[in-house]
Design a protein around this ligand. Sequence first.
Ligand code: EPU
Length: 337
Amino acid sequence: MLIQDNISLKSYNTFGIDVQAKQFVSVSNTKQLIQVLKAHPNTKKLLLGGGSNMLLTQDIEQLVIHLNLKGKTEISKSEKHVLIEANAGENWHDFVLWSIEQGFGGLENMSLIPGNVGTSPIQNIGAYGVELKDTFISCKALNIETLQVEEFTNKDCKFGYRNSIFKNEVKGKYIILSVTFKLTNITHNLKVSYGAIKDELTQQNISNPTIKDISNAVIAIRQSKLPDPKEIGNSGSFFKNPVILKDDFNKLLKNFPNAPSYPVSETQVKVPAGWLIETAGFKGKTFGNYGVHKKQALVLVNYGGATGTDILNLSKLIQETVKRIFNINIEAEVNIL
Ligand code: EPU
């Protein structure tokens, strides 16, 4: 395996930020990964998957290891279910499309989410009423210290809203190598209650949707609202939707009677950050070559040539303004490096 010096990471992050990796290596199997880790025990490392959930604000001094582990295996199949193990470097959306082509259900609502299979459990990706944890059985992960492969079950991962053990207790300690999903084989458990999906299916005159129809509907909705990273640099939702106390939300309603919210618990609600940012006046705002997406205020965009610091500063300005107007803290969903 060749360790390369001074490699641009522009094509390795969906924001398209042009920073350099001092040292870069791409590994295509676990053996190679272990070799690199063994050969550089005391070097700081940055693991890179699909690069879809990171904002790079400076050149990377650490050794960048690009996880390019490909392949999927059918572990078992029964009348109703199939277990598929997909390696970490598989592109998420390609994997979703492949599973639909095989007739396997469960991932269709998560079509077109950027990133790779290996990073999907870290933030428990989700969209349109479905989260990764709904089909996740287990994942294999390499313990960076012991170089042993360990298995994490669904329960072990402590999944929450855009959250898991990999963002907390064991952060930075493991490299996810593969994920095993339990998908439906014949009878699918379709989730079409999410308003936007319902509307899209009605518009297309589909009353008995297949998993492919749902995937197509999700693709159409996402394409109408979210910019394609191949055309405009972005990393999906930049912020998480804040969870606040119901009491605080009721106070907010006095000044903003149209404020939307989703129930979370007896005492808490989730407020769409996109609404807060739009109401704060940022939707579609452009600052030279970067800004806030025109159709979805939750997404920050690089129109080409922006630096990570430009985007980071914009995100801070948005956070401060939202805090001043609504007294609500919005947290970044992307990792800032
Ligand atoms: N809204 C606005 N203005 C905007 C955007 C949103 O007012 O510019 C309000 C609207 O009231 C809308 C509500 O926010 O009804 C919710 O918007 P949407 O349904 O588009 O969902 P979201 O909360 O903005 C979340 C996820 C997305 C996921 C969608 C669909 C987070 C942080 N984001 O967005 O995930 O695709 O739901 O399920 O939870 C991602 O993580 O990268 C991502 C795109």
